[in-house]
Design a protein around this ligand. Structure first.
Ligand code: MN
Length: 209
């Protein structure tokens, strides 16, 4: 199956006030790098699961975004990420919002697919949805004001399949009786992200030492 991008909507610095979401949204971020204390947030991508994607591009470190913040702060909306730990921390640092409740497809995959150690988004698209995800723009310059079409398609694709992946993983997790573990891990992600922001990325608080 080819990659699909029905409709990409690009906005600068905030979503328009009339955009509303219900139930669950898939979220991803693009940043200048993977260092949460130094690398700035460039994009937040959102999908409602229908095939449309909404991209907010942050220019000139302008992170006011009241409309977007209202959505992120709405606890009636489940936020689905792939590797939520990073996105949740970077959103908290730049927008001051702790996204919750959280669902993470990487953690769900680790709990569900214990027969493999391949839990990247590309692996999940391939194994669960038979979709070949193109990750070529992953390391491109996301701070560029004029994003290329390839970058926009890449950014949109990172959120487009998360609802479907979640559905597939939830079935396995339920079959294997691991819902309580998934729930507890997702809840702990808020704390894990806070530890990362405190500089405790490599500290395991459960470890005996
Ligand atoms: Mn991404």
């Amino acid at each position: 199956m080819a990659q699909k991008v029905k409709n990409i909507k690009l906005y600068k610095n905030d979503l328009p006030i009339n955009i509303k979401f219900k139930g669950s949204i898939a979220l991803d971020t693009e940043t200048m790098g993977l260092n949460i204390s130094n690398d700035r947030l460039c994009l937040i991508q959102i999908s409602d699961g229908s095939g449309d994607s909404y991209i907010v591009q942050f220019l000139k470190n302008c992170y006011d975004a009241p409309n977007l913040k209202k959505i992120l702060d709405d606890e009636s909306i489940l936020k689905i990420f792939h590797y939520a730990r990073f996105d949740v921390a970077i959103i908290k640092k730049n927008l001051g919002i702790m996204c919750k409740p959280i669902y993470c497809t990487k953690i769900a995959s680790k709990l569900a697919r214990t027969f493999t150690d391949r839990h990247g988004l590309k692996d999940l698209c391939k194994d669960l949805l038979k979709i070949d995800l193109n990750k070529q723009s992953q390391t491109s310059d996301w701070g560029n004001e004029n994003l290329t079409e390839n970058q926009l398609v890449y950014a949109a694709n990172d959120v487009l399949y998360l609802h479907e992946i979640k559905n597939k993983l939830d079935k396995i997790i339920e079959r294997e009786g691991k819902q309580h573990l998934a729930k507890a891990c997702f809840k702990f992600l808020e704390t894990r992200a806070e530890f990362d922001l405190l500089g405790w990325q490599d500290k395991d608080i459960f470890e005996h030492k």
